[in-house]
Design a protein around this ligand. Sequence first.
Ligand code: SF4
Ligand code: SF4
Length: 404
Amino acid sequence: MKSNKSINRRGFIKSSVIGTTGLMIGRKAFSEVHGEKEKSQSSDQKFIYRTLGKTGIELPVISMGVMNSDNPNLVRTALEKGIVHLDTAHVYQGGRNEEIIGTVLKDFPRDSYVIATKVRPDGYNRRTGNYSEDVTEKNLLDKFDISLNRLDLEYVDILYLHSVNNPAAAQNKTMLNALKMAKESGKTKFIGISTHGSPEVIEAAVESNVYEVILTSYNFTMKNLDELNRAIEKAAKGGLGIVAMKTLAGGFLDRERQQPVNATAALKWVLKNSNIHTIIAGCTAFDQLEMDINVMSNLEMTEEEKKDIILAQSNTGLYCLSCENCLSQCKKNLPVPDIMRAYMYTYGYRNFEKAHELLTALDLAKNPCKDCNSCSVVCAKGFNVAEKITDVTRLLDVPADFIT
Ligand code: SF4
Ligand code: SF4
């Protein structure tokens, strides 16, 4: 596992030859290579761009997922260095994330960046993965208006229906109407759907003929890659833009964070799939940003990187596949995949706020596995889910204001 030389913001900007103005100039000078485009960022640096399906938006292969980024200087530097696309959500940091990003975006011309946010309506049942029957268009649109206010923007480039893991939810008529209304109002240019790697949801999204972009989990640990790749290929051939997330599979292979994932290798591994147009890489530090920028100009995997991926694939890791096999197995009908995601947020991302927020929303009993004599769940990933549930739900004993 390699780490890049650490740099601070000052050094990063000093090394930047172009800044925002240069980015605009660089966008004009590109050459086509193998269906991708290389755009010059400076005399010695070219970034690889792919087109986000029929949206026609040309993006560097690395974008920035800002869920864990609460440092405006880091986001600002990312945009100055050539990152174009930022991805946030209505719920991140209880809304503060959109406010932070909005503050940064004020310093940039509106046509120099691409911003996406995600909204989920009230009335979502985490256990069934579907919406209640009284879910309304107004609820989703009101939340979206709050997001636009926080971002202080008149429109976003992509509005996603957030975190859909049930094909029926992807085709929910009320939600589809709400998304179409958002687009017709001009408050979003394109509409999309986010899913934790469900081929069925991707296929349902394609069939709907409404979505234009799919944001999906995609990483080297996934067990359903053949099926997922087929669904992604179908979507890409149908003209949908494909954005990948959770590409580092939690960032660490172990709870103690002694085994970091080789991030460069993991990003390049994802981009071997030419149907994936860009990755919203999570980034919380300047050295991570430097690594992301380096990947944007070189997707060739070294032999060492290939070996690191093979080695990591043999490790159980922290990433839950969201396959939902466990849902019907748990004697107490616990939302096990969501709890496993909270486990990854806790030990992989060290994002206690996000983990606490998710666990609280699940409305769990205290120590939910304690009355179970034996665990009936056989996890597809090999997790000891009862052990992980007992461990991570201790976070609920901590008052939220200690964490935020
Ligand atoms: S031990 Fe926990 S996860 Fe396993 S069956 Fe019982 S309640 Fe469900
Ligand atoms: S079976 Fe395991 S990998 Fe699949 S959703 Fe449940 S916890 Fe996650």
